[in-house]
Design a protein around this ligand. Structure first.
Ligand code: NAD
Ligand code: UDP
Length: 321
């Protein structure tokens, strides 16, 4: 181990990745951020570029990467349905070829490797809330499958490399996370509703709004990533990370209207195919093994996110077109 741990963050110019890079630098790591800017942004990493222990490499993880590392956080993958359905074949390649390349790198360098998996591995769940033991209810041929099945296959690869090559793996199943630096146009519900409300546009509620999600603020999530990565080697996961407070999407719409003071109206649109009806993590394992639970509720996290988008709409309105 070097004086400073050498940490690779793939997808480091994205929403979660850029927050993670900042946290790792603050903790004293030497950070290599790798991204192909498919959904990431130079603005997210610009403040870090002058940091003596930060380095950026433009690279697509579907191609092999040869660097020397102690820890790898594999976050590269578009996360919003709009973005991952834009080029579904590339989405599966990013999850599967990306995992193979990074696991190969971990094997060669003996690095510990973290996988940003997802609650989508549970699909449209028949068990509620979802514990890690639940195998899921996933459509293998639908419009969400490129993401869901890609992430499931990546989990398979992580566990086979662990069994076959004794790799130290950390597989996190991340539930809906929100906060500053979400992409304003990525179609995810929190960013959509806030941007629509700030502009006084109609709030687009898909379906009847009774479907649920459980939203975790980004700072809570990054804390969990770091605790998990540095936990004992035998804690491989998969481990659920998210906020167990469940909210209907119509409650979220009303909250955003109230907190922005917007005069926007709610309009109803068709529910997209395979849209999960409910989602809530069981985080008993994270509580027990990482001594972690989210501390920032929607009423605290949403105003911080609204402030971010308010500033973005003022300073860089073209990014939100
Ligand atoms: P994001 O889209 O903001 O970030 C993903 C980053 O990966 C972007 O910077 C993008 O340019 C980069 N990327 C995509 N394909 C790449 C490739 N082939 N090579 C190199 N870089 C590539 O999304 P996010 O919300 O920050 O999500 C980060 C990770 O967490 C993803 O793996 C996602 O699946 C997972 N995740 C996120 C959530 C959430 O709610 N945010 C939930 C579950 C899982
Ligand atoms: N949603 C909505 N209006 C929007 C965007 C999303 O009602 O403008 C709904 C969507 O149908 C889903 C929920 O909000 O039921 C969460 O969607 P998101 O894309 O943020 O995440 P995911 O479905 O991947 O959890």
């Amino acid at each position: 181990m070097h004086l400073r741990p050498r940490v690779l963050v793939t997808g480091g110019a994205g929403f979660l990745g850029s927050h993670l890079c900042e946290r790792l630098l603050a903790d004293g790591s030497d950070v290599l951020c790798v991204d192909n800017f498919f959904t990431g942004a130079k603005d997210h990493i610009a403040p870090m570029l002058t940091h003596p222990h930060f380095e950026f490499m433009r690279h697509d993880v579907t191609f092999p990467l040869y660097v020397e590392m102690d820890q790898i956080y594999n976050l590269a993958c578009p996360a919003s349905p709009v973005h991952y359905q834009f080029d579904p074949v590339q989405t599966t390649k990013t999850s599967v070829h990306g995992a193979i390349n990074l696991l190969g790198l971990a094997k060669r360098t003996k690095a510990r490797i973290f996988q940003a998996s997802t609650s989508e591995v549970y699909g449209d769940p028949e068990v509620h809330p979802q514990p890690e033991e639940y195998w899921g209810n996933v459509n293998p041929i639908g419009i969400r499958s490129c993401y869901d099945e890609g992430k499931r296959c990546a989990e398979t690869l992580f566990f086979d490399y662990h069994r076959q090559h004794r790799l130290q793996i950390k597989v996190a199943r991340i539930f809906n996370t929100y906060g500053p630096r979400m992409h304003p146009n990525d179609g995810r519900v929190v960013s959509n509703f806030i941007v629509q409300a700030l502009r006084g546009e109609n709030i687009t509620l898909f379906g009847d709004g009774t479907q649920t999600r459980s939203f975790c603020y980004v700072d809570d999530m990054i804390e969990a990533f770091v605790r998990f990565m540095n936990s004992p080697a035998d804690l491989t996961g998969p481990i659920n990370l998210g906020n167990p407070k469940e909210t209907t999407i119509s409650e979220l719409a009303e909250k955003v209207i109230r907190l922005t003071g917007s005069c926007s109206r709610i309009v109803f649109r068709d529910l997209p195919a395979d849209d999960p009806r409910k989602r809530q993590p069981n985080i008993a394992k994270a509580k027990e093994h990482l001594d972690w639970a989210p501390s920032i509720e929607l009423d605290d996290g949403l105003p911080r996110t609204i402030d971010y988008f308010r500033k973005l709409l003022t300073d860089r309105p073209h990014l939100c077109q």
